[in-house]
Design a binder for this molecule. Structure first.
Ligand code: SF4
Length: 301
């Protein structure tokens, strides 16, 4: 389908972006921005933010919308958490996002490696808020607790699409299990208390954890869902006590990925944004280019 005007975007791959990519390679680090061919990477990199992809760039799953390689991952690199923290310090990030491939091959799904990465960033970057975008750890509460008890400012786990389409879009995941992951995180991370920041462009956060944190999720649209199904998903996310929800346009990253069923008009995104607020989700970010860690503007309690 021809790309509509609202989805045409100049990719800024000039000097600073190129330098950041070279720096990431030198440090032996991956970003989901590059692996997922995100349309915003030029803008984010030139704004000095990036989403680190830990635990390698080979996933044990093979979701229909994702361009990350699927197969047998390499063993974890115990030095990676400290290297990510050093890069966060070097890039002077105010908000660091850490995500990963899914490691169903690991006993704890990589939960301890996530916790160590959070710990290392907070150890040397006290002014930086840390967001983790995690897999579902096959719904194991002990592993979700391991990550949450490391004190991320934002715990993020995407449902990615509506319930009916989940088997097609994420064949090894479950819609209901992802809602349970968010509810478990909420039961471990208390709501953000007044005066504590949880996101980008904000005053330095209060000492870790005591002040609570934010629970976040997101989905893509344009994969064949109906507005009624998106509304039902928003009610489910509210039920799981999500503070932040992002909704963006699905874009086909490779020929082998699922086709785009619809380019959703920007007006519909505005409708979803106000609908989510009416339903009671505090922070809604919806738009064609909105991605899980691509958010404009401050978030406060
Ligand atoms: S689990 Fe995540 S990284 Fe793996 S294929 Fe699915 S979306 Fe991609």
């Amino acid at each position: 389908m021809r790309l509509p005007d609202w989805l045409r975007k100049n990719q800024n791959t000039g000097g600073p972006v190129h330098e950041i990519k070279k720096g990431l390679r030198r440090a032996g680090l991956h970003t989901v921005c590059e692996e997922a061919r995100c349309p915003n990477q030029g803008e984010c990199f030139s704004r000095g933010t990036a989403t680190f992809l830990i635990m390698g760039n080979v996933c044990t799953r093979n979701c229909g919308f994702c361009s990350v390689a699927s197969g047998e991952p390499l063993p974890l690199d115990p030095e990676e958490p400290a290297r990510v923290a050093a890069k966060v310090l070097e890039m002077k990030l105010r908000h660091a996002v850490v995500t990963s491939v899914t490691r169903d091959d690991l006993e704890d799904g990589g939960a301890a490696h996530f916790a160590k990465t959070i710990f290392e960033i907070k150890k040397i970057c006290a002014e930086t808020t840390v967001e983790v975008l995690t897999p579902d750890f096959e719904g194991r509460e002990r592993d979700i607790r391991t990550v949450c008890e490391a004190g991320p400012h934002v715990f993020n786990h995407n449902i990615e699409t509506v319930e009916r389409l989940t088997p097609m879009v994420r064949n090894k995941a479950s819609y209901r299990r992802s809602l349970e992951v968010l509810a478990m995180a909420r039961s471990t991370i208390p709501p953000l208390c007044k005066g504590r920041s949880g996101g980008v462009d904000l005053p330095p956060p209060t000492p870790p954890y005591k002040g609570g944190g934010l629970i976040k999720s997101g989905l893509m649209v344009g994969m064949g869902e109906t507005p009624k199904e998106v509304e039902a998903a928003l009610f489910d996310l509210k039920e799981a006590d999500c503070d932040i929800v992002t909704i963006g346009q699905y874009l086909r990253p490779t020929k082998g990925s699922l086709p785009v069923a619809e380019y959703v008009h920007p007006d519909r995104f505005k409708e979803y944004e106000s609908l989510g607020r009416e339903i009671g989700v505090k922070h809604m970010f919806c738009g064609p280019f909105v991605r899980s860690s691509y958010i404009r503007g401050p978030i406060n309690a």
